[in-house]
Ligand binder design. Structure first.
Ligand SMILES: NC(=O)c1ccc[n+]([C@@H]2O[C@H](COP(=O)([O-])OP(=O)(O)OC[C@H]3O[C@@H](n4cnc5c(N)ncnc54)[C@H](OP(=O)(O)O)[C@@H]3O)[C@@H](O)[C@H]2O)c1
Length: 320
């Protein structure tokens, strides 16, 4: 199967290495890579993990025309305010009957229902397992193992960067030093203020509600409060009292829709939600037939995000 990558940052490079390591069993080929500032690369027989980039093609349409992939991986930078230009990238692929897999939560948080319907109309697959918990199965679990289950709400701790920063501040470091730690791990958004101000959590909350509760909402509909109002002194003081601060994503069905929030909360370190430390994430679903069930990912990172893309890719390859 021929794959094109739109974006070749932390996730793209890690995915390319994973694909190379599995090539004996899964002979997928990356035939094109396009970036914002590093140019474009093409090889119909497959690119290496360190492609020789030439000048950038003029547009995503031109990129798809030259690469001729059967699957596009949309792994460009998150824009939590509008989901663009990733939404347009995905539409360009659908209009050429190209399957799309993305780790970019923006399009799902802003335009899931429309994109799902457009993919169906075009007769192509649209997958996004990596958008919430770095590839730990959520959407595929519901699709494959939990038929007919109604999600009444969910509670989750889904932003790694803010937790890494709070943990650093609890050790006496500054917010900036905490951000540097998260950046060194490759888990911070390109603009880390999206993590600190709760936009990443709001986008994940909206995406989960759109896919699993048919909410048709945007991140701006999520009540949001990040961690910036907590000073390093206050967080260190809370740590001495056995407490921490977490951005908690919550959603619940109301009479007419879904109420959502992604807000910083103080809680004891012994709270179940607070056990998901560092880059670990935890998500509980409240359902009609299965009560509350949950998923945990321990110390996940960019390798697991790449695996989520890979698992989607294998699933798409099997379904066509
Ligand atoms: N890192 C993680 O652990 C993680 C986990 C889950 C989901 N994600 C999501 O995965 C996506 C990629 O994350 P990342 O960590 O790989 O980001 P990154 O390191 O910042 O890389 C982003 C890549 O996208 C390219 N790009 C940006 N805008 C573009 C455009 N308009 N057209 C073409 N290319 C464009 C950049 O080009 P240049 O190289 O030229 O700048 C870069 O190669 C994001 O949406 C993020 O939210 C990341």
């Amino acid at each position: 199967m021929k794959i094109a990558l739109l974006g070749y940052g932390n996730v793209g490079k890690t995915f390319a290495r994973l694909l190379e390591s599995k090539h004996g069993v899964y002979p997928f080929a990356i035939v094109g890579v396009h970036t914002a500032r590093h140019g474009s690369a093409f090889n119909p027989k497959g690119l290496s993990v360190s492609p020789a980039f030439g000048p950038a093609v003029g547009s995503v349409e031109e990129f798809l025309e030259r690469a001729q992939p059967s699957v596009l991986l949309e792994i460009t930078t998150l824009n939590p305010m509008s989901g663009e230009p990733a939404i347009s990238h995905i539409r360009s692929a659908f209009s050429r009957k190209i399957h799309v897999i993305t780790a970019n939560k923006g399009p799902i948080a802003h335009a899931y229902a429309e994109l799902r319907d457009e993919a169906q109309k075009a007769g192509v697959e649209f997958r996004f397992e990596s958008i919430v918990m770095d590839g730990t199965p959520i959407f595929n679990q519901f699709r494959n193992n939990l038929p007919g289950l109604k999600v009444l709400g969910f509670t989750g701790v889904l932003n790694s960067t803010s937790k890494v920063v709070v943990a650093a501040m609890a050790r006496g470091l500054s917010l900036e030093e905490g951000v540097k730690e998260a950046q060194a791990m490759g888990v911070a958004e390109a603009d880390a203020s999206f993590d600190l101000d709760g936009w990443d959590s709001a986008a994940k909350t909206a995406a989960l509600a759109n896919v699993l509760m048919d909410a048709r909402v945007k991140p701006q509909d999520v009540e949001r409060e990040g961690i910036r109002s907590f000073s390093a002194e206050r967080i260190a003081g809370l740590a001495r009292e056995g407490k921490t601060v977490l951005i908690v994503s919550r959603a619940e069905r109301t009479g007419g829709g879904v109420r959502m929030e992604a807000k910083a909360e103080v809680m004891p370190l012994t709270d179940l939600l607070a056990t998901a430390r560092g880059t670990s994430n935890l998500l509980l679903f409240h359902t009609d037939l299965m009560g509350t069930l949950g998923t945990v990912s321990m110390n996940s990172g960019v390798e697991q995000t790449a695996y989520g893309l890979f698992s989607d890719l294998v699933d798409v390859a099997r379904s066509v």
